[in-house]
Write a protein that binds this ligand. Sequence first.
Ligand code: AMP
Ligand code: ZN
Length: 134
Amino acid sequence: MFRALAAHWFAKFSALKATMTDSCIFCKVINDEAKATIVYRDEQVTAFRDIHPVGPVHILIVPNKHIQSVNEMDEADKPLVGHMIFTAKRIAAQEHIAEGGYHLIMNTGPNGGQTVFHMHLHLIGGDRMKHPMG
Ligand code: AMP
Ligand code: ZN
């Protein structure tokens, strides 16, 4: 009885997870199922150029695992988020915007301006923005 119930819930959870990631454009980029200009990738994160840049440099740093937003991150994800910020710092240097400075933005939820529900960090720089995102 317990085994049947556990199997049922496991199947349901797997189906839910599959639906979430199957329809997620950033999961598709991470899995090379959608095109993007990837500037950096490792076992934890993928970074690619935003298709609608709001500055001369606009790169998204995205965790390889699907987390909807900051609201859904677990305590165990704290090192991953640190790695996202550290990756942004390294890319800023590569893109020659470190000295001039840049924005690091994580829009969260509809009122936070989030439009893609796979957590991501915007790295924006190269110019002073009149209307910073947010
Ligand atoms: P946000 O509004 O914070 O959720 O940011 C989502 C960002 O993803 C926007 O700046 C979009 O321009 C960008 N974006 C959406 N789809 C793609 C894509 N396929 N490749 C690159 N950037 C994308
Ligand atoms: Zn995703």
